[in-house]
Design a protein around this ligand. Structure first.
Ligand SMILES: Nc1ncnc2c1ncn2[C@@H]1O[C@H](COP(=O)(O)OP(=O)(O)O)[C@@H](O)[C@H]1O
Ligand SMILES: [Mg+2]
Length: 320
């Protein structure tokens, strides 16, 4: 579906001097290497989490794949099209949905933007009605379709933004920070929607997000980029296995226990009866679990992973 080989992208930006006329005739430029030698392949119905720090090159990559920017060098194919040629058959099969930018007409109801997109993408009346109906029912937002966009909350507007971007039922969707700035509740709605949409419509999706929770919930495969270079391309699970070092054991005691016994196992992170919490290295987990089972009468015990944020942070620390 998507094939990227040795993709590089340089931005050339003018440097502003002090003298306007000198600038005009002897303009100096600096080049920024946004991407260097990026390669990956993405198959049908995959959902890829595309992550990396600010300025890593995520948006640049997605814009090139969507035909908005041209590559400086390398070979890019999306559905066997060269994106930058912007063939209408290509544009009808993709969508680029950004969290921060608005394609909705501000003073009018979102439904008007939907109608506009219906014309642009040449969607027939019955599929238009059907898709608007289905998507607004999944998003529980039918009552918002006729309200002026400017009167909607950020979360509500993002729902409309999603429908607007999906009117033509694209095969491939590039989501650039779709949950940015939203409250946790709206983030979850958008996240669940993307999941449902991908499963029901068999779409292929590339998703960037600052919120690792999005990535963890949605993507099985992760592409990690930093300074324009791919650092990792593989299973999310592998990263978790490899970089999750600390496990947190939470125990609910049945009876009060001498603090000495608790500390003999390992100094607990916290201890307020009936809760005891230990933090242990992954390698010492089996040993500690044995001690706990031998010495502590408990009614409940859970072992928790580090947060996905922590895990990705360790990944970056090591790949530096
Ligand atoms: N239009 C532009 N002109 C010049 N430099 C740009 C432009 N857009 C992005 N860049 C630079 O390219 C690099 C990658 O940016 P971007 O793709 O937006 O990263 P990300 O989306 O991962 O935050 C950054 O160094 C950024 O400053
Ligand atoms: Mg970006």
């Amino acid at each position: 579906m998507i094939s990227v080989k040795h993709l590089s992208k340089l931005y050339r930006t003018p440097i502003k001097g002090k003298n306007f006329l000198l600038d005009l005739f002897f303009r100096k430029y600096k080049t920024i290497q946004a991407l260097s030698d990026v390669s990956f392949e993405i198959g049908h119905n995959e959902l890829i989490g595309f992550i990396g720090p600010n300025g890593a090159g995520k948006t640049t990559t997605l814009k090139i794949l969507a035909g908005i920017l041209y590559p400086t060098s390398g070979e890019v194919r999306v559905l066997n099209y060269i994106p930058f040629e912007k063939k209408s058959d290509f544009l009808k099969q993709i969508s680029f949905i950004m969290g921060q930018r608005n394609q909705l007409l501000w003073d009018l109801p979102a439904y008007d933007t939907f109608t506009l997109n219906k014309e642009i993408y040449d969607v027939d009346e019955s599929s238009f009605k059907k898709i608007v109906d289905e998507l607004s029912s999944i998003l529980h937002c039918r009552h918002l379709l006729q309200k002026p966009v400017k009167s909607l909350s950020l979360g509500e507007r993002m729902k409309m933004e999603l429908i607007a971007g999906l009117i033509h039922q694209p095969k491939i969707i590039f989501f650039d920070e779709p949950t940015i700035g939203l409250d946790i509740f709206s983030q979850k709605i958008i996240r669940d929607f993307i999941k449902t949409y991908q499963e029901e419509y068999k779409a292929t999706i590339m998703l960037t997000s600052h919120y690792m929770e999005d990535v963890k919930e949605l993507a099985k495969r992760l592409i990690i980029i930093n300074k324009g270079t791919i650092l990792y391309d593989g299973k999310l699970e592998t990263i978790i296995q490899k970089y999750s070092r600390i496990k947190t054991i939470k125990i609910t005691l049945e009876d009060k226990i001498d603090e000495e016994i608790l500390s003999a196992i390992k100094e607990p992170l916290s201890c307020t009866f009936p809760q005891v919490v230990y933090q242990v290295e992954k390698s010492e987990l089996p040993k500690i679990m044995n001690f706990i089972n031998e010495k502590l009468p408990y009614s409940d015990l859970t072992v928790e992973e580090e947060s996905i944020e922590e895990i990705i942070r360790s990944f970056f620390k090591e790949s530096r």
